[in-house]
Ligand binder design. Structure first.
Ligand code: ADP
Ligand code: TRP
Length: 321
């Protein structure tokens, strides 16, 4: 089974990203053929500072390698290093009705919120369709907000195939329904856009400061406390095995400790959990050339795997003459 996903390079990763997405990708490497790329062209739709985009791209690559994307198991590259995707993007544009793009939620939301419209915002799903269809994946794991984009890719593929035969493979999206939404420090969904994140990689002191900000109920120290509704507990449980979880529940039920104690415990558990990842990240940060090398090899692998498809498309569309 081939699984493909793209990740926008958008800055510091938080634990919602990790448990909601990165961990699944890393686990998929065990039994699937995994394709993962950093969607830097897509990031251009919202970022127009060149220095920043190139730094964020390297940061994303470094972080994903640190968190367990294994270049020996996955094909891992930067979108802009495989230019064939832009060729397919153009080809697919002729099979993309305007109405399909105008109806896309993400486009409608952005325009409704007053973003200046430009062509890249509108054609974003066509590039995403090219990302997908170039590699014929069976499954595209996405967050809920991206489902419609995978459906658009299917619609475009159907139109193309109607004209040229059964060439493009129709992708299926997969949303990890069983993965709970990770709450942020205020109890809402953790998200960069809400400013309620607990980042994976940060200074220890800063991380503790963030964890201390987690909103909790006001209960006297000696009284028993509810854990099911506690934001600290609901974050901590992501890191704990059954025994440790039971022990933490007992501490809540017993009373005698305040939420501050549980926050300190969470900070320790989290620091420990990401310890090996942090070391790997420091290594890659010091060896950015190695990261570049990995990305180059990944791009070569990705291109090799895309070539038969792009050749076939050039041929049926008459671009190869
Ligand atoms: P953000 O909301 O911080 O901008 P993104 O939209 O970039 O995060 O999300 C990247 C990936 O991380 C997506 O696959 C998304 O489903 C997952 N993700 C983000 N926040 C959470 C969360 N709070 N709980 C579970 N998964 C999340
Ligand atoms: N649009 C996706 C996001 O913002 C990123 C992305 C780009 C992607 N191309 C893709 C995801 C192809 C899956 C497949 O999260």
């Amino acid at each position: 089974m081939r699984v493909l996903t793209g990740i926008q390079p958008s800055g510091d990763l938080h634990i919602g990203n990790y448990f909601g997405s990165v961990k699944q990708m890393v686990e998929a490497q065990k039994d699937s053929e995994t394709f993962a790329f950093i969607a830097n062209y897509h990031a251009m739709t919202s970022l127009s500072e060149g220095d920043k985009l190139s730094k964020l791209t390297m940061q994303a690559a470094t972080d994903f390698l640190a968190l367990g994307i294994d270049p020996n198991k996955s094909t891992f590259w930067v979108q802009s290093d495989v230019k064939e995707v832009l060729e397919l993007y153009w080809t697919l544009s002729s099979f993309t009705p305007m109405g399909l793009l105008e109806r896309a939620h993400s486009y409608k939301d952005k325009t409704a919120r007053g973003f200046a419209t430009n062509h890249s915002l509108l054609s974003y799903p066509v590039l995403m369709a090219a990302d997908i269809l170039l590699f014929s994946p069976d499954i595209v794991p996405v967050g809920k907000d991206q489902i419609q984009h995978v459906e658009i890719a299917r619609d475009i593929a159907i139109k193309f195939n109607n004209q040229y035969g059964d060439i493009l493979k129709l992708p299926e999206f997969k949303v990890e329904e069983h993965v709970a939404t990770v709450p942020g420090t205020d109890g809402q969904k953790m998200s960069k856009s809400y400013g309620n994140t607990v980042n994976i990689f940060g200074e220890e002191k800063q991380q503790l400061k963030t964890i201390k900000k987690i909103v909790t109920q006001n209960v006297a120290m000696e009284d028993p406390k509810e854990y099911e509704t506690c934001n600290v507990y609901n974050i901590a449980k992501l890191f704990l095995d059954d025994d440790a979880l039971e022990e933490l529940q007992n501490r809540y039920k017993r009373g005698g400790e305040g939420h501050g104690h549980f926050k300190l415990y969470l900070a320790d558990v989290m620091w420990e959990y990401f310890g090996d990842f942090r070391e790997k990240r420091e290594y890659y940060q010091k060896n950015q050339n190695e990261v570049r090398e990995i990305l180059n090899l990944g791009a070569n692998k990705a291109r090799e795997s895309a070539l038969p498809m792009i050749e076939k498309i050039r041929s049926v569309t008459g671009i190869r003459y």
